[in-house]
Design a protein. Structure first.
Length: 285
């Protein structure tokens, strides 16, 4: 067997990975362009942002569920792929695509800029720890930026402090933290700050009663009782009469789906104890 030098093998692998990333980006660019064209042709650009989000989300049904798409070798970059979505990248892609359509900024790089705004603390990408890893911080930061309104309290939610520490106590599960003790310390500092924040949660036995008050496009974050975590899953509301269904990227169904009524979806999992709700705000041109 001929043994190629390690350097040549490494370069070959790097080039193959780069070609794969370029192919994924090209596919996502085409998909974004198609969604924008459909929104314009269908008159969706005049819809309220929540309704626009549901229209766009329905076009992404059956998109494969793919976890870990934000991770990669090298420095943190704002990765976007519509070829495979998890529960967070689904709602953030739909939210930001809708915001950009409202703003008239519809190029793929505009989407990357908007996702950077919502994905990173204060909208600034400054390494792995600047990403809003915990949904608690995503809510707080994007409320402060005027992207969403947290309507959980007005829906009858009760105050809760999220005892987050999972990332700093399990760094081996995160490639960017395994060999970076400084980053682990920074994550622990962020967790301590978030532990002092107050979130509002609608208990699982009250969800059915507030479904009639939810709106198309409301972002749902499902609280978990698992130690060290705050929320376990996310999705967006699709109204059906006086009820609210959940559209989300499902790890069990392995694709984006329009699921059942929110109260029923939450009741399926014993560790899911309630929800918080963020309402998207109209984007300003």
């Amino acid at each position: 067997m001929i043994r190629r030098p390690v350097a040549i093998v490494s370069i070959t692998i790097a080039l193959a990975l780069a070609a794969c990333a370029q192919a994924q980006t090209a596919s996502s660019v085409r998909r974004v362009d198609a969604l924008v064209a459909l929104a314009k042709d269908s008159g969706w650009t005049r819809l309220p942002i929540g309704q626009l989000m549901t229209r766009l989300g329905l076009q992404l049904l059956t998109t494969p569920y793919v976890g870990g798409t934000l991770e990669g070798d090298g420095p943190e970059v704002c990765r976007i792929s519509l070829d495979g979505l998890d529960c967070v990248t689904f709602f953030e892609s739909v939210l930001n695509l809708a915001r950009n359509i409202q703003r008239g900024r519809t190029a793929f790089e505009d989407l990357r800029s908007s996702v950077t705004e919502t994905r990173y603390r204060s909208g600034i990408l400054d390494g792995y720890t600047s990403r809003l890893h915990y949904t608690t911080e995503w809510f707080l930061d994007n409320v402060a930026k005027g992207v969403v309104e947290d309507v959980s309290q007005s829906l009858g939610g009760t105050p809760m402090n999220m005892k987050v520490d999972f990332m700093s106590t399990h760094p081996q599960l995160y490639p960017a933290l395994r060999q970076d003790t400084a980053a682990v310390r920074r994550i622990a500092e962020i967790e301590r700050r978030l532990q002092r924040a107050t979130m509002f949660v609608i208990a699982r036995d009250r969800i059915a009663r507030i479904e009639s008050e939810l709106k198309d496009g409301d972002i749902i974050a499902i609280v978990t009782s698992k130690k060290g975590l705050d929320y376990a899953h996310t999705g967006i509301v699709v109204r059906e009469g006086n009820r609210a269904r959940l559209m989300h990227a499902s790890s069990t169904k392995k694709q984006v789906i329009l699921d059942g009524y929110l109260a029923d979806v939450v009741a399926r999992v014993d560790s899911w104890t309630g929800v918080s709700v963020a309402r998207p705000q109209e984007a300003v041109r």
